[in-house]
Design a binder for this molecule. Structure first.
Ligand code: B4P
Length: 191
């Protein structure tokens, strides 16, 4: 199996590039952001709880997202591999993912980290907010809160995967095609 973590701050291009990578490498795309938004649009109690936090730019509790990922992994036994997009976002989530993959007799092959500066992230997300109506992209204070959550809770994962020799940094500024090609080259080296 080929299991990849696509990593980066909010607005780095994880969702955008995942869509292209799943097609190229025939992997299953697991985005905790998308899974949570689908719970919100279905009006489930999990979705209602998550929305309160997401609208403030705060991470939802680890056990909620770990539960969602567990159920997706176990319902796709024939998968060639997975792209984890926006997950893990905390050390506890990364440890849980490692343990889940051990149960499935597989592991993470590599983490690809999209590197983008804060000014560009804010610009992209405010821009997306205009078209998508996504409530967490509507104003700069929510976006800066998401970046703060990322720096406090998620950025340490770079060291977690570096310590396992699995970290590759990729410049996330440039055309979608150039970034996609850089990701594909890195994946060919990991496979
Ligand atoms: P996510 O849905 O993961 O939100 P995101 O990080 O903002 O999206 P992404 O990074 O994929 O967007 P992209 O760059 O592709 O999470 C939302 C919220 O859900 C979190 O704040 C949290 O509350 C909760 N959550 C999710 N997972 C969680 C977890 N594991 N634990 C706890 N809480 C969790 O796109 C951004 C924009 O940039 C787009 O408009 C795109 O078109 C544009 N763009 C992309 N590439 C570009 C480029 N090269 N140049 C110019 N623009 C570009």
């Amino acid at each position: 199996m080929l299991n990849l973590v696509l990593f980066g701050p909010p607005g780095a291009g994880k969702g955008t590039q995942s869509a292209k990578l799943v097609e190229r490498f025939q992997l299953i795309h697991l985005s905790t952001g998308d899974l949570l938004r689908s719970e919100i649009s279905s009006g489930t109690s999990l979705g209602l709880e998550a929305k309160q936090l997401m609208d403030k730019g705060i991470l939802v509790p680890d056990e909620v997202v770990i539960g969602m990922i567990r159920s997706k992994l176990t319902t796709n036994p024939e998968a060639k591999g997975f792209i984890f997009d926006g997950f893990p976002r905390t050390i506890a989530q990364a440890e849980a993912l490692d343990n889940l993959l051990i149960e499935l007799k597989t592991s993470i092959n590599g983490m690809l980290a999209l590197e983008v500066n804060d000014d560009e992230l804010i610009k992209r997300l405010l821009n997306r907010g205009k078209d998508s109506g996504r409530s967490d992209d509507q104003n700069e204070s929510i976006i800066t809160n998401r970046i703060k959550e990322y720096n406090n809770k998620t950025a340490p994962l770079a060291n977690y995967y570096s310590a396992q020799g699995k970290y590759t940094g990729i410049n996330g500024i440039g055309s979608l095609e150039d970034i996609f090609n850089a990701l594909c080259n890195a994946i060919e080296n990991i496979k």
